[in-house]
Every structure is written in structure tokens, then in C-alpha cells.
Write a protein that binds this ligand. Structure first.
Ligand code: DGP
Length: 113
């Protein structure tokens, strides 16, 4: 998508601090970290939000979760971590390219605010 910031990051047109990359998925450090470890894991393909997950893209989303688990292991988040996706306005989604926040390195409360 021409005006999507995460499509531009995925294409390398906007620089990012990468944690992982393959042909389908990119993981990069969030510019406004909410935990000692805060990485965004995205499919390179433009999917707007979790509301658009269906049988045509669910294998790709499963791959996103494989990458999140691999990163959590590599980064030593053995005490626990959180994977969050904000979907839509009420949930606070500000970038409309699906992304999964991988957060770790501190304790988290439940329910989230
Ligand atoms: P959300 O509110 O769930 O849509 O999260 C969007 C996140 O994306 C937010 O934590 C800040 C981050 N973000 C926005 N623009 C950029 C950017 O250009 N680079 C990086 N690294 N992170 C960004």
C-alpha cells in the first residue's frame, strides 16, 4: 500500500532497527518502547488488522507467531512475555498494517488498560 508506513519499512524505504527478517515477515524495534524489549512483528504483505485474518492469510499469521516465539527465546524472555495486537479504534490501533507487539523484560498487569 503506497501510503502505509509499515509497508515502507517492510520494503526498506524507511529505516528500522531490525530484529528478524525473512521473505514474508519483518520484526523491528518499536520507536516508542513500552517495555525493556518491545518489538513489532509484521507480515510484509499488507493486512489491515486482525479483523482481516481469514483462510487466505492465516498461515502467514501463524508464521508471524513462530517468529515471535523464536525471538522471545533468543532474547531470553524466559520469565514470560506478551504478544498483543490492537485491532481498530477502540483498541488504540494507530498503524493500519497488522502488527504484533512482542513485549518483555518486565511484569505486566491483567486485564490490560
Ligand atoms: P498500535 O498503536 O498498536 O497501532 O502500535 C503502533 C506502534 O508502531 C507504536 O507502538 C509506535 C510504532 N511505530 C509507529 N511508527 C513507527 C516507525 O516509523 N518506526 C517504528 N520502529 N515504530 C513505529
Amino acid at each position: 500500500m503506497a501510503d502505509c508506513i509499515f509497508c515502507k519499512i517492510a520494503a526498506g524505504e524507511i529505516p528500522s532497527n531490525k530484529a528478524y527478517e525473512d521473505d514474508k515477515v519483518l520484526a523491528f524495534y518499536d520507536l516508542d518502547p513500552q517495555a525493556p524489549t518491545h518489538i513489532l512483528v509484521i507480515p510484509k504483505e499488507h493486512i489491515k488488522s486482525a479483523a482481516e485474518i481469514d483462510e487466505t492469510n492465516s498461515a502467514l499469521i501463524a508464521h508471524v507467531f513462530e517468529v515471535a516465539a523464536k525471538l522471545a527465546k533468543e532474547l531470553g524472555l524466559d520469565n514470560g512475555f506478551r504478544v498483543v495486537t490492537n485491532c481498530g479504534e477502540s483498541a488504540g490501533q494507530s498503524v493500519h498494517h497488522i502488527h504484533f507487539h512482542l513485549l518483555g523484560g518486565r511484569d505486566f498487569t491483567w486485564p490490560p488498560g
